[in-house]
Design a protein around this ligand. Structure first.
Ligand code: ATP
Ligand code: MG
Length: 247
């Protein structure tokens, strides 16, 4: 039991969810370590959605809503933390959902798909049907579904490794990533990077998608968006925050 007054309550509850997901086979142990790296950046960001993340969410949703074949790529961490929001976003944005795992085993892909179905997903690709490969990647990391990520024009992913993000971009896809580390290769390579925690970014994307659907200026939103300046802003935010705390 975590007392409601505990200053790190939210963060501890998230850890418990992830440990539970690991015990039930949804999350690989390495997923816990990846989350820990993210937590450090979240601490530096003040554990809140900052302006640069809000702007990225708007661009991310504009990209999803204007895509022809958008796909939401889901790994163990995302399934453990925000399965309902993945399903809602896929419904509002007309995006397919695909299980895409770094440590892919038949058991884990089934477990992740099951979590998504329990959260309401009617279709989940990527479990037992990965018949295509991402070029330049090796082993189980490269397997994708032909109708899903393989032929997607826009892929939304989170806690993704830089190699795979780079490979997707080289395939000509636009990539939206949610990544707390503005310095990661995924953050730097993506078309739109939401520097925020998935537990805040996914609900924000669902809300933005509901509000922005039907808007006629989505192309304009995308034209005026610059991911490099958003990443620079995230770095300046962290620097300034640390300098202020050190006064
Ligand atoms: P890259 O491979 O892109 O250079 P990396 O090797 O540092 O990055 P990975 O372990 O491959 O990182 O991917 C995990 C990424 O997800 C990290 O950048 C981490 O900061 C981020 N991350 C961890 N937890 C969360 C979370 N809850 N929300 C958003 N991002 C997170
Ligand atoms: Mg990596």
């Amino acid at each position: 039991m975590i007392p409601s007054s505990h200053p790190r309550r939210e963060s501890l509850l998230i850890r418990e969810k992830l440990v539970e997901a690991m015990r039930s086979g949804v999350l690989a142990p390495e997923g816990l370590i990846a989350h820990g790296r993210g937590e450090c950046f979240d601490y530096l960001l003040g554990e809140a959605t900052q302006d640069f993340a809000r702007r990225a969410v708007e661009a991310a949703v504009a990209l999803l809503l204007t895509a022809k074949r958008p796909v939401i790529s889901v790994n163990g961490n995302v399934a453990a933390l925000v399965p309902e929001h993945v399903v809602r976003l896929s419904e509002v944005a007309g995006a397919r959902i695909e299980v895409n795992l770094f440590y892919r085993t038949p058991e884990r892909e089934k477990a992740v798909a099951e979590v998504l179905r329990r959260a309401g997903a009617r279709e989940v690709l990527g479990a037992g049907d990965t018949d295509e490969t991402i070029p330049e990647l090796f082993s189980e990391r490269r397997r994708v579904n032909k109708e899903g990520i393989f032929s997607a024009d826009v892929v939304l992913l989170a806690l993704e490794d830089g190699d795979r993000t780079e490979a997707l971009v080289r395939m000509g896809k636009k990539v939206v990533s949610v990544d707390l580390n503005p310095l990661s290769r995924t953050a730097v390579t993506s078309t739109v990077t939401v520097v925020d925690n998935v537990v805040r970014a996914f609900p924000a994307m669902v809300e933005a998608a509901r509000n922005m659907k039907g808007r006629t200026d989505l192309e304009q939103v995308l034209k005026s968006y610059n991911n490099t300046s958003v990443l620079h802003e995230a770095l300046r935010f962290i620097s300034q925050r640390l300098l202020e705390l050190a006064q």
